[in-house]
Design a protein around this ligand. Structure first.
Ligand code: KG4
Ligand code: ZN
Length: 345
């Protein structure tokens, strides 16, 4: 059984990234070219600008990824690339590069689902057999699903409005937190919340009344309530910390409530027993989210599997790893595939 080597390319959002990963779980190299400086003054990601950034940087990012691994393209067994979901002008930059490289060098091409890649990343660091429950919490998604096998997922619930990470980013901006060179305001919110008292402000718990028994998430009402209270009641630095703490805790408690509903449902349905709760996506790099969700998993005798923070944010490694899993299962694509910006999992 020969070790396989896959190059992964990711251009679904604002970071241009590539990585080379082996089937024996070695990350040979990874390069991320952040576009944060370009988007920060705009107050959010501008898709057409992001696409231009990918066009500009992707060739050098791929070159550097190969150089750092001291490999040439002929050493690579397959090229994996994010096919969707993602920003419509951004996805084709990565996909076209991958298709052309693969076609010219006669390598297999693997189109990867970005959210499947987030879910599978856990298996790179911690071998986790199917089925497992996954909570994907990122800037674009809040998605709870059961992973039954490669390409086989039961979506249990998603957000009815904005993603948890998007709400975090908006609230962090409303609180005027400093980013300090990070690729998103999330870590700044976590740092501010650690200095605050979460009980100082009363915030509405989402989906607690009419939709109490529904497995779904909602963050826009909470976000609006926080923004309103910031205008009226947040003045001192301590107010900022306290509001950050109250908001962060409400987000976590909302996720906990719905996760318990889903775990209860999956366990009483008595299918093949779950092996783990996997939590990934950018928000999973937050230590308090992780520890609270670990407590919920423990109630159901499940281990919490969390990829290391670095692998929780968008990166080429997760695409390369998802590509490896697909390569080994013989799930290849041909050179005519196109992007799927709204690809359901
Ligand atoms: O997975 P990701 O890098 O990108 C996608 O959205 O696909 O997730 C980014 C999100 C952002 O909303 C960011 O603010 C959030 O993850 N995030 C955090 C933390 N680090 C990143 N949220 C809370 N605490 C953190 N430490
Ligand atoms: Zn992502």
């Amino acid at each position: 059984y020969a070790t396989k080597i896959v190059l992964g390319i990711e251009t679904s959002c604002d970071d241009t990234s590539a990585a080379i990963v082996t089937s024996d779980r070695q990350i040979l190299s990874e390069v991320v070219k952040s576009q944060q400086e370009m988007h920060e003054p705009m107050g959010g990601i501008v898709p057409t600008l992001a696409s231009l950034g990918h066009s500009r940087h992707l060739p050098n990012v791929i070159c550097e990824t190969l150089d750092r691994a001291q490999l040439s393209i002929s050493d690579i067994d397959a090229i994996a690339v994010t096919r969707g979901p993602g920003l419509p002008p951004c996805l084709p930059v990565g996909l076209n590069a991958a298709k052309t490289l693969a076609a010219v060098h006669k390598k297999p091409l693997i189109g990867v689902h970005h959210m499947e890649a987030h879910a599978l990343t856990a298996r790179l660091t911690t071998p986790t057999p199917f089925p497992f429950m996954t909570l994907l919490i990122s800037g674009g998604h809040t998605l709870l699903l059961t992973a039954n096998g490669l390409g086989d997922y039961d979506a249990l619930g998603t957000t009815l409005d904005t993603a948890v990470g998007e709400a975090i980013d908006k609230v962090a901006r409303a609180l005027k937190l400093e980013w300090e060179g990070k690729s998103s305001p999330g870590p700044a919110l976590e740092r501010a919340a650690a200095l605050g008292d979460p009980s100082r402000f009363t915030l509405p718990m989402p989906l607690l009344q009419r939709k109490k028994s529904m497995i779904a998430f909602s963050f826009s009402g909470l976000k609006t309530s926080v923004e309103r209270q910031i205008q009226d009641q947040v003045q001192t630095q301590q107010d900022v910390y306290d509001m950050a703490a109250a908001f962060q805790l409400t987000c976590i408690q909302h996720l906990e409530q719905k996760l318990k509903l889903a775990l209860h449902q999956e366990i009483t349905m008595q299918k093949k027993p779950l092996t783990a709760l996997v939590v990934s996506g950018g928000v999973a790099s937050n230590a308090l989210f992780r520890s609270k969700l670990e407590q919920v998993a423990a109630l159901y005798d499940l281990p919490l599997v969390c990829p290391p923070p670095k692998l929780c944010t968008d990166n080429g490694v997760m695409i390369a790893w998802a590509g490896l899993e697909r390569l080994e299962a013989g799930l290849l694509d041909d050179y005519t595939i196109t992007t799927l910006p709204r690809w359901p999992i």
